[in-house]
Design a protein around this ligand. Structure first.
Ligand code: COA
Length: 232
């Protein structure tokens, strides 16, 4: 059974950079945390935050990951790095995924052994004409029949790419069917959740979809970058 905490706000604790890993039971769910980005003025350096991976939205994603350490067994954050395609990883897992869009951020941690990708967008974000250009025949039929919206198809495809650690240039290689998707010879499970604020969140894993627990969170804004490998 999914748990959805709504509306955002309420008595939420902030999370600091020194994450204490409490003993937790073996993780069997996907845990998702979402947040509205704090106002830039409340978040000091890096001043510009313009470089990819170092700005306010990236640090909010990391703060959400830190918040997830309450539910998931996470390694020390000093081990975080990005692989050659930019996917952030712990060397020995668990896999996690960060997404941000239009003033909101989300982070999801997968159970051990799973790969995960998420994509967060406003519900009306994708333009149908643009999505049709990257859609296969069955996907076009699903759009025409109203089975999926353009944003749902786009987010499902992008979340598959993120689970695979691939990049947008490969999006035409993602084939989406009801509840499953194929990419680069692998099968993925996908689903959408609608967490409020007019947002849609696609969640993709490379195995059977586990239960998903999703909550809004007030992230600490002073989360430092974990190490130089993050800053590119
Ligand atoms: C992955 C990708 C599709 C995400 O698109 P986006 O519009 O930035 O969307 P989102 O906000 O949903 O995701 C951004 C987050 O995804 C994560 N991410 C970045 N690259 C990723 C990848 N290849 N796979 C999985 N996750 C990735 C990061 O956490 C990033 O946030 P951060 O930079 O703040 O840490 C896009 O960044 C991409 O195509 N990356 C690959 C680029 C590439 O191939 N680079 C090779 C040379 S560096």
């Amino acid at each position: 059974m999914d748990a959805l905490s709504w509306p955002p706000g309420g008595p939420l604790a902030t999370v600091r950079s020194s994450v204490e890993v409490a003993p937790v039971a073996a993780q069997t769910k996907v845990y998702v945390r979402l947040a509205r980005l704090p106002a830039p003025a409340s978040c000091p350096a890096p001043a510009a935050g313009a470089a990819r991976g170092t700005g306010l939205q990236s640090r909010t994603g990391l703060a959400l990951l830190a918040a997830l350490a309450r539910d998931c067994r996470l390694p020390p954050f000093a081990l975080l790095h990005r692989d050659g395609n930019g996917k952030p990883r712990f060397p020995d897992g668990p896999d996690f995924s960060i997404s941000h869009s239009r003033g909101f951020a989300a982070c999801a941690v997968a159970p051990p052994g799973f790969s995960i990708g998420i994509d967060l967008e406003p519900r009306d974000r994708a333009r149908a004409a643009a999505v049709l250009r990257i859609a296969g025949e069955q996907e076009r039929a699903a759009l025409a029949d109203g089975v999926m919206t353009a944003t749902e198809l786009w987010t499902a495809k992008e979340a598959v790419l993120k689970a695979a650690g691939a990049g947008l240039p490969e999006i035409c290689g993602v084939s989406v069917q009801p509840a499953i998707a194929h990419f680069a010879g692998r099968t993925y499970a996908w689903r959408h959740v609608h967490p409020g604020q007019g947002l849609v969140l696609a969640i993709v894993v490379d195995r059977t979809m586990p239960p998903v627990e999703i909550r809004w969170q007030a992230p600490a804004v002073d989360f430092p970058l974990p190490n130089p490998a993050w800053e590119h």
